[in-house]
Design a protein around this ligand. Structure first.
Ligand code: C2E
Ligand code: MG
Ligand code: MG
Length: 286
């Protein structure tokens, strides 16, 4: 079929362009702030890959990460992201502003975890940048851990033994297995944005968020809420005891220069634990 033939050629072209972009610094990272909701401080950044394609315009990860995963490109792509995120964390340090000395979150792909090179890629990235391992936090989805669970667990353990932190991304949307929470040294649990989205008009989602907070607290893990878009969502999350958050309410993923000078909005103090919250928590002062 001519249409299929055309699509195939288009895909080949994209694959060729992607390889070229990875090899020649044609990709970019955007940095989304993660805010400490208790202290009203910038806590960390999440590095998110972007591809400013010369002809097609800016492409989002959804448009090329799957292609990279279907080919052998995900490993060099992942290695580039690790290296660049570590380098940028170091540049933020050197600038000495608000963005200095923060944790850098990086997303991992299942395919990168399947190969042999991940631990070496991580070590090389932080080694070259001169970054302490605790400053690096790798985000893995539940789906990633369920595929080839034993091997993944061994690899993640090895990485964790080097001092690098681990986070579970999109928690609650995959196979939320308590087994890996037990077996793996996870530092952070990221509540998926679908729960944040629904919690205001759905008591069950709110109950799930509260339960996740308790679960994490019992395990000594941090909780980050993803996709906070409104002050009402922020108030509800804080009332549920969520300590960290990210989302368009605070900032979109930013280019490095904007991230370097970004400051969190002033937040009202959290009500003391154990006391019931007034029906409507005040919105944060901007
Ligand atoms: P993720 O790791 O769960 O990242 C969060 C996504 O939600 C990002 O989309 C971010 O821009 C978006 N987001 C942040 N705040 C809000 C909000 O308030 N509302 C809404 N609606 N969305 C928000 P993005 O950058 O398009 O990335 C999508 C996914 O692609 C990521 O989900 C991650 O799984 C993957 N990804 C991104 N960068 C990388 C990378 O460097 N390597 C790998 N393997 N995957 C990546
Ligand atoms: Mg993520
Ligand atoms: Mg996520």
């Amino acid at each position: 079929e001519p249409v299929m033939h055309e699509r195939l050629l288009d895909r080949r072209q994209l694959e060729h362009d992607l390889r070229d972009a990875i090899e020649n610094d044609g990709l970019a990272l955007a940095y989304q702030p993660i805010v400490d909701l208790d202290r009203g401080e910038l806590h960390a950044f999440e590095a998110l890959v972007r591809w400013p394609h010369p002809e097609r315009g800016p492409l989002s990860p959804a448009e090329f990460v799957p292609l990279a995963e279907e080919t052998d490109l995900i490993v060099p792509l992942g290695a580039w992201v690790l290296r660049e995120a570590a380098r940028q964390a170091r540049r933020f340090d050197d600038l000495g502003g608000q963005a200095a000395k923060r944790v850098m979150h990086v997303n991992l792909s299942a395919r990168h975890l399947e190969g042999d090179g991940l631990a070496a890629d991580v070590t090389r990235a932080i080694g070259e940048a001169g970054l302490r391992p605790e400053r690096f936090e790798l985000e893995v989805t539940e789906t990633v851990m369920m595929q080839n669970a034993e091997r993944s667990a061994a690899l993640l353990h090895a990485i964790c033994d080097r001092g690098v932190r681990l986070a579970i991304d999109d928690f609650g949307t995959g196979h939320s297995s308590l087994a890996y929470l037990h077996d793996l040294p996870m530092h952070t649990l990221k509540i998926d944005r679908t729960f944040v989205d629904r919690m205001l008009d759905d008591a069950r989602s709110e109950a799930i968020v509260r339960t996740i907070v308790q679960l994490a607290s019992g395990l000594g893990m941090r909780v980050v809420a993803e996709g906070i878009e409104t002050t009402e969502q922020l108030a509800a999350l804080r009332a549920a005891g969520v300590r960290y958050g990210q989302g368009y309410l605070f900032a979109r993923p930013l280019p490095p220069d904007e991230a370097a000078s970004w400051r969190p909005p002033l937040l009202t103090p959290r009500p003391r634990p154990g006391r019931t919250l007034p029906p409507e928590a005040p919105p944060p002062e901007r």
